[in-house]
Ligand binder design. Structure first.
Ligand code: DGL
Length: 270
């Protein structure tokens, strides 16, 4: 396979850009094609059947763009659709849940781990399943934090309302004496400051976006698919609605300005 082909990255909307940011930092020679399903966000409260259907449609779109690998940069879609896409796609497919789970299993000293995410991710219990595959004795406590996503999208990452909600959401996990919390939703790395402040210095925060970029590097290296350093990557960004808002959010969190790579509305579903 041509190593200069792009990597397809998708999410329910803007949140997956936290994963894109880590990939750009750790794999600066890779070209990224991003798809954000902004017309159908959120995924966090939808059924597995619906998420699998959406993920399949997006994977087909990315495959038509001739990607060499696909990263599901959405925790909910990773929890519900990873296995299906791995079975059906002719290229390697990576999700964010397994890398995050592995890191949490490695860092927890007391074997008590909290996972915060959407309703869907927490309901799936998949972080716990993967963590216990590595360390069967570990206790995993999940907590859905549905208001975190809109708070981030409203630009309230450091607002007192967010601190208040973080206290409420994290309280049951802290009451279980967790020493590790997985930021199990694409938006939560942007709330790292508030979560750290509420959880305190004894709690280690795991960012699955960072761990996924690390695993992607390993996967591409193993398969001989790492891009050569012979050109500046031209990333492309697609969304299913609202390209303008997407662009503004992307420019606020990505390391490079999307000057030449404007976001484009596309239809991946009928
Ligand atoms: N991207 C989703 C996730 O990581 C959060 C937003 C949504 O609910 O679609 O689970």
């Amino acid at each position: 396979m041509n190593t200069q082909l792009p990597i397809g990255v998708f999410d329910s909307g803007v949140g997956g850009l936290t994963v894109v940011k880590e990939i750009m930092n750790q794999l600066p020679d890779e070209t990224i094609i991003y798809f954000g399903d902004t017309a159908r966000v959120p995924y966090g409260n939808k059924s597995q059947e619906t998420i699998v259907k959406y993920s399949r449609q997006i994977a087909q779109f990315l495959l038509k763009e001739r990607v060499k690998a696909i990263v599901i940069a959405c925790n909910t879609a990773s929890a519900f659709a990873l296995e299906t896409l791995q079975k059906e796609c002719p290229v390697p497919v990576l999700g964010v849940v397994k890398p995050g789970a592995r890191a949490a299993a490695e860092v927890s000293a007391n074997g008590r781990i909290g996972v915060i995410g959407t309703e869907g991710t927490v309901r799936s219990g998949l972080y716990g399943t993967y963590i216990r595959e590595i360390r069967p004795e570990v206790s995993v406590y999940g907590k859905a934090c549905p208001l975190f996503v809109p708070l981030v999208e409203e630009g309230l990452c450091e607002d007192e309302v967010t601190v208040l909600m973080a206290k409420r959401y994290l309280q049951p996990l802290l009451a279980e004496s967790v020493d590790t919390i997985v930021l199990g939703c694409t938006h939560y790395p942007l709330l790292r400051g508030v979560v750290a402040q509420v959880a305190g210095p004894e709690v280690t925060l795991v960012n699955p976006a960072f761990e996924t970029a690390k695993d992607l590097r390993e996967l591409l290296t193993k398969k001989g698919l790492l891009a050569r350093k012979d050109r500046t990557p031209e990333h492309r960004f697609y969304v299913s609605d609202g390209a303008e808002q997407f662009r503004a959010f992307a420019n606020s969190i990505l390391p490079c300005e999307m000057i030449e790579t404007d976001a484009v509305n596309v239809k991946v579903f009928a």
